[in-house]
Design a protein around this ligand. Sequence first.
Ligand code: A3P
Length: 333
Amino acid sequence: TKWKGIAEIAGISLMADTVDNWSQIQTFKAKPDDLLICTYPKSGTTWIQEIVDMIEHNGDVEKCQRALIQHRHPFIEWARPPQPSGVDKANEMPAPRTLKTHLPTQLLPPSFWTSNCKFIYVARNAKDCMVSYYHFYRMSQVLPDPGTWDEFFEIFINGKVNWGSWFDHVRGWWEIRDRQQILFLFYEDMKRVSKLLLRDHWQGSCLRNVSDRDVWKNRVNVKTRFHSPQCYLHPQDPKHEIQKVMQFMGKNLDETVLDKIVQETSFEKMKENPMTNRSTVPKSILDQSISPFMRKGTVGDWKNHFTVAQNERFDEIYKQKMEGTSINFCMEL
Ligand code: A3P
């Protein structure tokens, strides 16, 4: 059967096959020990899934791979009989379950709000997200043709892409971050990684009093501080984000295991791993000869796509749409 393209629910664009599956999605019963990974598409969903899996399996790669083969995190989206939908898979899965969704807050099955379950939201800056989504649309054989970059730019800023507007999505989840058990992460923080070569300076006890915001405001000072003997731990270290996830999941892994997780979830490793690079997905769904699923994995690729005029226009639109929120994105590393 042919894929039916994009339809709308409550003004939000979704795959028509997801819309067809709407009643099953809306009546889904969340459980208190569920962990729901939530993202706008192309924000590092696969990355955070891998991190969560590795933490769950104490850094044991083989156990992690085996678990993935049995049940990759069910995806609350379309149904295409005779294949079971993500909802069917989730219903059959033993607790505790890790699930994933790209749904905006207003379309999330209501039981998630009352079940007291945990959420991990990963946000990625809109410009890189748009670029990544463009290449994903190009390779996807089930989404509509994205047209040229300039055409896709218009579609994206108007929120007429699958899963709706980036602005509404990120805003919606950001605004409720304190009302539910939500760990709100940024792709850019996860990626800030080894750039500043801080690994050897990991000193968890030094974190006190240094907020992420201070760090950003004083980037240069912080760099200097790191090279001094009394270095501060700060989010430039990839373990900082992984440690947050670990604590949120109620786990306690030692530093060697964390190091291993950092390595195993690096872009390079995940690009080679058939469980994460989507090479098992048929070409009739994802044609990786057009663009690989693990494409670049960087911050700032938007500069290779946006024209100066597009960038100015985008910044203006961003200002309007995100007015009044306190969220801040890093646009380059
Ligand atoms: P790019 O297209 O910019 O390369 P999702 O999993 O939500 O679909 O997101 C896919 C994006 O996350 C792609 O971005 C992909 O390369 C990037 N990504 C996946 N794993 C990554 C990792 N370990 N480190 C950095 N980026 C990663």
